[in-house]
Design a protein around this ligand. Structure first.
Ligand code: ASP
Ligand code: MG
Length: 441
């Protein structure tokens, strides 16, 4: 059994939903189809929640009406028969009635998460209606019956596996199952979600739970690119990469795959394929345990980074200094991305600035503290250490014209990271694109 996950743009228009139907009906292998909400819907739902949180009911009402008309225009183009159209109308009616009821009751966070769940419920129900209209046998699964997270918002993989296996066992011989990405239940049994972009995570968790043969992530680009195609000219899709390489890349802004979706597939060794709905025959990117290729595979960048340098003569020959520094970041629940050290100073980067002033105040007790904002981490990923020589030279040669603020190499065998001011990002990425891939292989 394999998993096929389709993102918001792949189901965002009636004709695209028809393409999804074509893709899932190819081949005999049984599949679980995971869908996101139609593109734009989750953002609209966030907007409705925000208006309600601000007690602006008329704005919330307006936003609900806007979204409602989007769906009322969508379904007649999706479906042909009166029967199917009536069914879709009833589905839409039900979900928008629910949203309208929320206008009358007092708002809280649990209700907000209920609002956010409407998008995936609508997209999957409309898709299921399309399959029914076309007499394509399929089973509709409600993700809330098997997807769950614990009190730390971590997915409960073994519970998910147990529940899902039991549900699937009730449908022997069925080949197509349709379910929602993103949504789940939390430890209080309330509706919750896996955070924005979480449908990939759902797909990977389901793949791990049933030890699927493959987890296919279908989007509208042809796989993971070796560099950011929005910033750099002449990028190309990466044919294959290891889970470790993909994890480094996904974290550093390669938006195509939600970062958390790597570990479940990796743990159960389920290959992940990134495929393009617009070009289904294209190879895309295959992510698996072991790959033979060495050298630099990809480059990704992350903006909005702040570098903090703590300089202290007390660090000289002292032990425990780094712990004290890190404890301050831990206290304010602020993750550190990059670290470099010298004998008397340590530089770290963060991207969550919500506690910056408190952190700086506490760091001041250790020595002089300098802060640089608007920095970019450029992360060069591949099979780098030991098998290959000259990686650092090619990276540094490409970066020669730009002032590099930090370099981190050797933390893993898959990554060299450099930090520079964001104004140099585009030029540096382009220069790396020309410079570091040329000697590959
Ligand atoms: N619909 C959700 C979002 O827009 C989940 C997803 O699409 O992955 O974030
Ligand atoms: Mg996505």
């Amino acid at each position: 059994m394999k998993i096929m996950k389709f993102g918001g743009t792949s189901v965002g228009r009636p004709e695209r939903m028809h393409q999804v139907k074509d893709l899932i009906t190819r081949g005999d292998e049984p599949k679980i189809v995971v869908l996101s909400a139609l593109s734009g819907t989750t953002n609209a739902l966030v907007g409705i929640g925000e208006a309600l949180a601000a007690a602006d009911r008329s704005l919330a009402k307006l936003r609900i009406e806007e979204l409602h008309s989007h769906y009322l225009a969508f379904y007649p183009e999706l479906l042909k028969t009166t029967e199917a159209r009536e069914k879709a109308e009833a589905i839409i009616q039900e979900h928008f009635e629910f949203l309208n009821i929320l206008l009358k009751i007092s708002f809280n966070e649990a209700i907000n998460r209920d609002i956010l769940a409407q998008g995936e419920l609508l997209s999957t129900k409309l898709f299921q209606t399309l399959l029914e209209e076309l007499n394509i046998p399929s089973v509709f699964l409600v993700a809330l019956d098997f997807m769950s997270i614990d009190e730390n918002s971590e997915p409960e993989l073994s519970k998910i596996a147990e529940k899902l296996t039991a549900i699937l066992a009730q449908h022997p011989g069925e080949r197509i199952f349709v379910t929602q990405g993103y949504i789940c239940k939390n430890h209080r049994n309330e509706v919750d979600n896996l955070k924005r972009g979480g449908s990939d995570y759902t797909a990977s968790l389901i793949a791990a739970a049933i030890q699927a043969t493959a987890c296919e992530i279908w989007t509208d680009i042809d796989g993971m690119h070796n560099n950011d195609p929005r910033v750099v000219d002449r990028t190309r899709p990466i044919a294959e990469m290891s889970f470790d390489e993909a994890a480094e890349l996904a974290y550093f802004g390669a938006k195509i795959l939600h970062p958390a979706s790597i570990w479940p597939a990796q743990q159960f060794n389920v290959p992940v394929k990134l495929l393009n709905t617009m070009e289904p025959e294209a190879h895309g990117t295959l992510i698996k345990e072991k790959v033979e290729t060495t050298g630099v595979k990809a480059i990704a960048a992350k903006d909005g980074i702040t570098a903090i340098k703590i300089k202290s003569t007390r660090m000289l020959l002292a032990y425990g200094f780094l712990r004290k520094v890190f404890e301050i970041f831990e206290k304010y629940k602020t993750p550190i991305d990059m670290i470099t050290t010298s004998e008397v100073a340590v530089s770290v980067t963060i991207d969550d600035l919500s506690h910056l002033s408190q952190i700086l105040e506490e760091l001041n007790q250790f020595g002089t503290v300098e802060v640089d904002q608007n920095q970019t981490i450029i992360c060069i990923v591949g099979n780098l250490v030991s098998e290959t020589k000259g990686v650092l030279k090619s990276v540094m040669d490409a970066l020669l014209p730009y002032p590099v603020r930090m370099v981190s190499y050797g933390g893993s065998r898959h990554n060299v990271s450099v930090l520079l001011d964001s104004t140099y990002k585009k030029a540096a990425l382009q220069s790396l694109n020309e410079g570091v891939f040329s000697w590959e292989n």
